[in-house]
Design a protein around this ligand. Sequence first.
Ligand code: UN1
Length: 503
Amino acid sequence: MSVKTQTKDLLAKLGVDAAALEGGDLAVRTPTTGETIANVKTASASEISAQIDKAHDAFKAWRKVPAPRRGELVRLLGEELRAHKDDLGTLVSIEAGKIPSEGLGEVQEMIDICDFAVGLSRQLYGLTIATERAEHRMMETWHPLGVVGIISAFNFPVAVWSWNAALALVCGNATIWKPSEKTPLTAMACQAIMDKALAKFGDSPEGLATIFIAEREGGEVMVDHQKVALVSATGSTRMGREVGPRVAKRFGRTILELGGNNAGIVCPSADLGMAVRAIAFGAMGTAGQRCTSTRRLFVHESVYDKLVPQLKKAYEGVSIGNPLTSGALVGPLIDKDAADNMEKALAAAKAAGGSIVGGERVDVEGNEDAYYYRPAIVEMPEQSGPMFEETFAPILYVVKYSDFDDAIDMQNAVGAGLSSMVFTLNVREAEQFLSASGSDCGIANVNIGTSGAEIGGAFGGEKETGGGRESGSDAWKAYMRRATNTVNYGTELPLAQGVSFDI
Ligand code: UN1
């Protein structure tokens, strides 16, 4: 069966109308073979605007629905995702090129966040705060925000939507989603799944949770629209630099989850076997196309000559192939641009004195328009050149260090601040790494890789990563507005700070 037919069958099973896959202006390709698998229609600016207006009306009704009842919609979404996990996971493999286990893992992440959000729907709480005035009560309440616009990237084409949508919906918001133009089919499948949950739920307002397929200009309509209270954008730092100020200009809110240039430090006492496995998954997994992928490694001089050969062995042995037809661990890069960026970074690394193992293009099933590469390890004399930038490809730069403070400084010396790890059995090093003067990232791990975070924690990072937090912990607060309420249940009207104003 051709991959195009397989895609059509899967989409039909997931509930997407076959007519939506042909005749549109946006060609959709699979990175697994490079062939075009659908042509979908993009939305016009006026269609997007009308959709936002409708979402705003839906929000006005949805905010009055009790939060635990809103949780029921997300519970139903989780049930539908459980029922369609295999098909949606395979579709992720087709459209984003992930290996089956990672495609399924992404859908599991969606199910997990739904479970989390259902519980959260009974825990949207505010504080009661001591007041300085007699017979008064001061408290805070959290209210729904409005329409939440979601922008997601190709590399997590379904999970990132669910982190945002599950939380936004239980918090009483409407959502409107612009998926990456590289992965519209998985988004259409998610919408079909959402529609099933909405139908089972019964009485939700029309237009509560929708998508639109568009290129950049379509996204701009949403970014600039006054009725979109919050834009949650996941993607490159370049995209965030544009979205952030545009939304701020109209005093909208943003959650930005942008690039990562994640590093690890391997200390003298590290369990090297564990470190090799964590580094291999972090740097080669998802073909280096996670925002949490491991890109830089600082290895203590006393273990360098043990660790690096083990890593090279793992790299030489790793299987590269079509995720749909082989059991390979490394799939394709998303497209030619990604391949060009990988080649450019490797050339720059070489010019900076790097010594490279791997990094060659690999022919898979003779598909010229598919871009498979052997993951590369680049030993660098020092941190320089391309190490300071995020290249969305499986390149791992390795630098030797002798002083732990220097290693932390090198780790923190880049623009991005998403994820980090240290491998050590030394409690002083571990605690220093996690302390205020340690890693400056939003995620700092000990004896665990940089990628593959659970949904229970807040996800996001500092500096050029944008500062936003999604997913677990109290990330929900970004999807709500806070009101401080003071109630006077006495017969006097005392003023704060002892001010008197007798009339
Ligand atoms: C991303 O690459 O945009 O921590 C998100 C991880 C995943 C999410 C990655 N849970 O690697």
